[in-house]
Design a protein around this ligand. Sequence first.
Ligand SMILES: Cc1ncc(COP(=O)(O)O)c(C=O)c1O
Length: 485
Amino acid sequence: MSDQPTAKNGLSRRGLKDLEEMSGRVAILLKMFANQFDAKSNPDGIVVLGIADNSLCRTELVEFFTSPGRLQLEPRDLTYADHFYASTRVLKAIAGLYNDVPDGLYSEKDWKPPLKRVEEGHILVGNGATEIIDACFWDLCDEGDGVLLSAPYYNAFDEDLSFRAKVQIVQVHMPEPKSGSGSDAKEPKASFAVDIIKDYEDALQKAKAKGIKCRAVLICNPHNPTGGIYPRETVVALAKFAAKHDLHLVMDEIYARGCFTTKAVPNPTPFDSILGIDVEKEAGLNPSHVHVISSASKDFSINGFRIGIFISQHNPDLITSMGANARFAQTASPAGQLFASLLNDRKYLAWFLQENRRRLTITFDKVTEFLSHHGIPFVPSNAGHFLLIDLQKYLSDGEQKRDGIAGQEAATGQESELTPERELTHKFIEGGVMLAPGSQYHYPAPGFFRMTFSIEPQALQVGLSRIEKVLGLPSWITSQPPVQF
Ligand SMILES: Cc1ncc(COP(=O)(O)O)c(C=O)c1O
């Protein structure tokens, strides 16, 4: 963009940059959201399998949240929160969740609670993990500093780290997960094995040589977009790496309570939260350098409440400094009270967490049965709402072209390269189903797509049947009994 001020409706250069961002990719996404499939009201709408959303228990959750007496607002909820930036009651409920409710696939008996009990003062609440990530890296880094992040990674980390905080992502290339179909589909263990530390060392040295000062390692565990889980020994090795180079270790554990078993991987790698690991003793890492990010969005299927969680148990200065940014993104008290009421109703919470995992297993198994039937390789996931599918054989091998259709280009009026992967993405959208192309996640090879399976069964069936049509596969899914819980 030129340095000359432009007078487009009086916007500043910053404003123009925002306008460009909002009229491109975001506008396309919003258009798709506005035209989402609904069996009754919008049967021709797009089945969105490209967003991490879990609607498997939505009906029950709506019943729970709207049941009489559930929302108990008090006069103090109508003023500013008594703690930054949520009420003490909400912080207490979140602390209770971390102290008492097992994550991963652990039973009460086998689970190791946090090494140090989580207290209200260890927690910062904002309006989503998105905001928490922005605030965290704003305060851990200066402009131009680096954060090590293994690729492929959750696509929004790009904006979350760079949009305001202007942090550079230093990519660490994880061993590519192997795809397989039927009984060949195996848990992608090599991508999360201790060996990856040498790739971190390598990436750190390369960044140093370019003059980039790395301040932190960001780990998404369980991982988006693969749905894989880091074994405890790798988490400890990453903590040792952080200690060796005086880095912060920021763990995005937003999928910690959404781990599930499947027919493909009945005994997945157990998830161990960093909060249960003695990083000082086992890795020599100063615990003031360990931070956890989570949210109500993913594990509790309530993206709309906009509640993000940050836990740092040994760094009160960081919590306080993040408050400066968090004040621009405070959560609303009714959302906070309803979330707290879910967390405090331990009987219902236990039912929900278990039932949610059961439904994730059922839909995952259905989708992988579909993929295996059609010989489409996939990478099994054991957490989150999605899995990677390998559509390399469906990519056109034609040359790259210029395009101005269904993608970002249409909205911005810009032309850009139509790669075979992008071409297939467009074909899916034109066929009424959206899948997220691997290039968005910095996946190294073209042709991988992240596919969400945690959607309501009828919509899932329609989505899979549209995939069959777009790929020219014989119709199969509609002859199958629909998923039932
Ligand atoms: C790994 C990861 N972190 C953060 C977020 C953002 O979540 P929120 O809705 O709380 O902003 C997402 C959303 O998909 C995610 O997958």
